[in-house]
Design a protein around this ligand. Structure first.
Ligand SMILES: Cc1cc2nc3c(=O)[nH]c(=O)nc-3n(C[C@H](O)[C@H](O)[C@H](O)COP(=O)(O)OP(=O)(O)OC[C@H]3O[C@@H](n4cnc5c(N)ncnc54)[C@H](O)[C@@H]3O)c2cc1C
Length: 387
């Protein structure tokens, strides 16, 4: 056996790969490693930047229940392990026009009974006076929502893994996977070819999943997102955690959904359009410039939907979604090799589930099955076969 043999290897150092590594170490798996094609702080995938939204308000009761596991068990477990606050409680406001997903959100939170209020328009305007609500019929006020310190989580997970002896192989690209008697990964790193072997493998390759697993191509597309940061008129403290909501405008259709967060980790409130359909971008071809039209679209949205006037555009960044047609995740064992677990297709809403997904992927490769009942309830939605 070559020196670089592992019990379990994790392919891909985004939030899902890092959380899977965390749970493998928590389970006492000895020889574990992570292989990442870029550096640990790269901005090419889906998990970079300062902040992410967390919420309980979701399109169906199964997701709401799974978020209770995330908020009640797995994020607190990460915070204890790292000795740091990772989730900053912050009011959530999720609204929309009639006939859109707002009504599904309202029904799901009511069905599960999480700490959310379903508000009619006058009540929503009273509680969230920063919104103009030109098209909304009402809002879900989510008291379990918050801002995830995304960058702090990502770096904390790497520190945790390094402190416990996990091998971290960066700037190492897996070229192909050969599932023989042991699983063999052929790699390239700074022009050098290499091989890693392992007994079991977790693949969380984000927008590059289809390059490694071409048979998943029919089920996954990639959409480059443009995130903008803006200053609105008012005191800077008006737009910080505890004063400005995390929010989502659950448009009438897939692609008229916008969402945003208070200022966190950098100046300005953050917002973006949630693009999940009708595009399939190449994650290796990222334009240097942010499209002026994308910024103009966000500014138009702010001017139409918010009361405080826009004062200044402060900056923007790109990030990638890997989308499934239903926006449900793929979290399952490889159909032909039960030593391999795959996490993909997180469709722009996977960060808040990272600690739960990581646990599920570790359980799949170590036990062959997921232990969390709320997760088992979603197996049909997350299974490779049904997508
Ligand atoms: C703009 C934006 C806003 C978002 N907002 C939210 C939010 O508010 N709340 C929320 O819950 N979610 C949100 N999400 C979604 C969430 O961030 C993603 O679902 C999550 O980050 C996906 O993580 P991942 O680990 O699956 O993928 P990635 O982070 O893309 O990680 C995959 C990793 O695999 C590596 N890799 C790929 N191929 C290879 C190879 N051949 N060899 C070695 N390494 C390889 C890549 O370099 C990459 O680091 C948002 C996403 C974006 C883009």
């Amino acid at each position: 056996m070559s020196a670089t043999h592992y019990e379990v290897l994790v392919l891909g150092g985004g939030i899902n790969g890092r959380c899977a590594l965390f749970h493998l170490l928590e389970r006492g798996v000895k020889r574990v490693g992570l292989i990442e094609r870029f550096g640990l702080d790269h901005q090419r995938g889906s998990s970079h930047s300062h902040s992410r939204v967390t919420r309980s308000a979701y399109v169906n009761a199964s997701y709401v229940r799974l978020m209770q596991v995330a908020h009640g068990q797995e994020w607190p477990r990460l915070e204890r392990a790292m000795g740091e606050q990772l989730i900053f409680p912050n009011a959530g406001c999720f609204f929309g026009p009639p006939g859109g997903r707002f009504e599904q959100y309202a029904e799901a939170v009511t069905q599960v009974g999480v700490d959310c209020d379903v508000l009619d328009l006058p009540e929503a305007q009273k509680r969230f006076p920063m919104f103009a609500f030109p098209t909304a019929m009402g809002a879900v006020h989510d008291r379990t929502a918050g801002v995830i310190a995304a960058q702090r989580t990502m770096s904390g997970l790497i520190r945790y893994a390094a402190d416990r002896g996990a091998s971290l192989h960066t700037h190492t690209r897996v070229l192909d996977i050969d599932p023989g008697r042991v699983i063999r990964l052929h790699t390239e790193s700074q022009g050098e070819q290499g091989t890693f072997t392992c007994d079991r493998l977790i693949i969380t390759a984000g927008p590059w999943t289809m390059a490694l697993l071409p048979w998943l191509k029919p089920r996954l597309t990639v959409a480059r997102q443009t995130v903008g940061y803006f200053r609105l008129r008012g005191e800077p403290s008006d737009f910080g955690v505890g004063r400005w909501p995390v929010w989502g405008n659950l448009g009438a259709d897939h692609d008229v959904t916008y969402y945003g967060l208070p200022s966190f980790g950098r100046d300005g409130i953050k917002l973006a359009r949630h693009v999940t359909h009708e595009v399939d971008d190449d994650p290796d071809e990222v334009p240097d410039e942010i499209a002026a039209e994308a910024i103009a679209d966000l500014r138009r949205y702010l001017e139409a939907e918010f009361i405080p006037p826009v004062e200044e555009f402060l900056g923007a960044e790109h990030c990638h979604y890997t989308n499934t047609a239903t926006e449900d995740f793929i979290i399952d064992l490889h159909p032909e090799d039960k030593r391999i677990a795959i996490g993909a297709g997180f469709s722009g809403h996977g960060f808040k589930f990272g600690p739960v997904t990581g646990r599920a992927l570790a359980e799949l490769v170590c036990d062959g099955a997921v232990q969390t009942p709320e997760f088992s309830a979603m197996r049909p939605a997350f299974a490779i076969a049904t997508q």
